[in-house]
Design a protein around this ligand. Structure first.
Ligand code: C2E
Ligand code: MG
Ligand code: MG
Ligand code: MG
Length: 283
């Protein structure tokens, strides 16, 4: 009886694994084809100054638009791109497209906005990211000081000494550096101090339950205070409600990003948003 159950269990898992593996290979194949067919798009989500409501920048977020028009979110394919090495090419495309768009906006006379681009851990540590960023800036003509690169704690904390070296070289190019999803990884405060980071992004998970969860409010306030001590600018991610805004303002958080202002938008729709946006004092 027990033996039979064990065998059924094995059969069940082996079928499940095969399915997962097949699904993965399927996505990998489709990803390669999607790169050839240029099925990727960048969406842009505004970042605003707390207190004035002024738009100071945008985060570029990748979407996969299949030929049927379906939009596939990044968490469904970025991890697979990471594991298969496809991220190198995809990441270069993201950087290139964000800088191209940024330059086009500057040339069209839009107010200068900083563009934040997410770098995956592999993209950061393998291949010469400094050379890639430098040549992308040169090719597109986008000014380095308007580009911000977002890195996660896990990307930085694996090989800290090497990370410091890469960050310093990126900083020398004039780009801004941000730590994304802060608080979800394990950062050593000693290293955080040693990294030349300009911006700290508080993870959405701490913002979600403000003002219901006292712990989250305490943690958020502490992260803001710590960022100020380290002379970093601080931005809250995933802000959705006026109550969250009020709390962040009371604790002197610098910037916010979230559905309360706008979801990520295609470039053309972001331009309309920018046009119609009226900064509100005390927003
Ligand atoms: P992230 O960098 O932390 O980006 C913020 C995510 O939160 C985005 O999800 C954004 O749409 C979402 N978000 C922003 N405000 C709100 C809000 O008020 N409510 C809710 N519910 N969500 C909000 P998205 O676009 O699905 O991206 C997910 C993650 O995928 C990103 O997290 C980032 O880690 C990764 N990613 C996106 N684009 C790229 C890329 O070009 N390269 C790499 N390597 N990773 C990317
Ligand atoms: Mg990000
Ligand atoms: Mg984030
Ligand atoms: Mg995130």
């Amino acid at each position: 009886q027990a033996k039979n159950e064990g065998r059924n269990c094995f059969k069940y898992f082996s079928e499940a694994l095969t399915l997962a593996a097949r699904e993965r290979i399927g996505i990998e194949f489709r990803l390669r084809r999607a790169m050839d067919n240029q099925e990727f798009r960048l969406f842009y989500q505004p970042q605003l100054k707390i207190g004035s409501g002024e738009i100071v920048g945008v985060e570029a977020l990748i979407r996969w638009q299949t030929d049927s028009g379906e939009l596939i979110p990044p968490l469904k394919f970025i991890p697979i791109a990471e594991e298969t090495g496809l991220i190198a090419g995809l990441g270069r495309w993201v950087l290139q497209e964000a800088c191209r768009q940024g330059k086009a906006w500057l040339d069209a006379g839009l107010p200068p906005l900083r563009i934040a681009v997410n770098l995956s851990p592999t993209q950061f540590m393998h291949g010469d990211i400094c050379a890639i960023v430098a040549s992308t800036l040169a090719e597109t003509g986008f000014p380095a000081n308007y580009l911000e690169l977002e890195l996660t704690e896990s990307a930085l904390m694996k090989r800290e000494k090497e990370a410091i070296d890469i960050l310093n070289r990126l900083h020398e190019l004039g780009v801004h550096l941000a730590i994304d999803d802060f608080g979800t990884g394990y950062s050593s405060l000693a290293y955080l101090k040693a990294f030349p980071l300009d911006v700290l992004k508080i993870d959405k998970s701490f913002i979600d339950d403000i003002p219901m969860q006292n712990d989250d409010m305490e943690i958020t306030a502490t992260i803001i205070a710590m960022a100020k001590t380290l002379r970093m600018q601080v931005i809250a991610e995933g802000v959705e409600t006026p109550a969250q805004m009020a709390f962040l303002r009371s604790r002197n958080c610098d910037f916010y990003q979230g559905y309360i202002a706008s979801k990520p938008l295609p470039a053309a729709e972001f331009e309309i948003f920018l046009h119609q946006h009226k900064p509100e004092p005390n927003a």
